[in-house]
Design a protein around this ligand. Sequence first.
Ligand code: FPP
Length: 248
Amino acid sequence: MNDLNLKRLHVAIIMDGNGRWAAQRGLPRTAGHRAGIAALRRVVERAPDAGIDCLTLYAFSSDNWKRPRAEVEFIFRLLRIFLRIETAQLSANEVRLEVIGRRDRLPQAVLEAIEKAERATAGGERMHLRVAIDYSSREAIARAAASAIEMLGPNEVSSIDWLGPCLGRALTAESGEVDLLIRTGGEKRLSDFLLWECAYTELVFLERMWPEFDATDLDAALDEFRHRERRFGGVPAVQECSQWPATV
Ligand code: FPP
């Protein structure tokens, strides 16, 4: 068994395809989002036993505010229902919930539901579940840069050697970099999701629409991940030259 089989993983998922899944069935887009919640529940249930330590789900991007108001309101209503119904289960399963993204533009009731769920699940140690709401990776990077500049003195700020690690710490200290990113729904892009954290992430793009995604799909994606060779810019282990640079 190699290290990849033992390591607890950080997996991120772009849950795409709710609208198309619904359209294919002659249903309104909202029915797709409702079915998307059921898929989310299946995945969260399976994830800890599948070796996932941290699961980050893209539920609502900062660009999703461009959607029709009724759809946005529906997604937030679903989020509140999800939190109300699932918090006890998450807590019983020792899953710690955290919402990432901007909070200053969320409706008050949504904000309160999030804070309540986060408090109730704070002790969970089996898995860290991060749900990205009003999330933009560019915005998160800019925010981390602003706090780094505030924290560092003018001398350090001008040095990229300081700023890079400082940003890295701010963005990955708690959850680490992403090992595997899965995107359902057939599109092959990152859509402003975890750009820094995905520098060396393995990507799996699936045609399957999110509402159809289940535990078997998650296991298959993890299996594919475990068969990939991650070199992080290096070379395969057998070709490593341990004497560099002294003998060059
Ligand atoms: C992408 O499908 C999905 C979203 C933008 C929202 C994701 C929402 C859920 C899974 C349900 C809500 C979950 C929570 C926790 C609130 P799309 O609408 O872009 O589908 P399309 O690409 O087929 O149009």
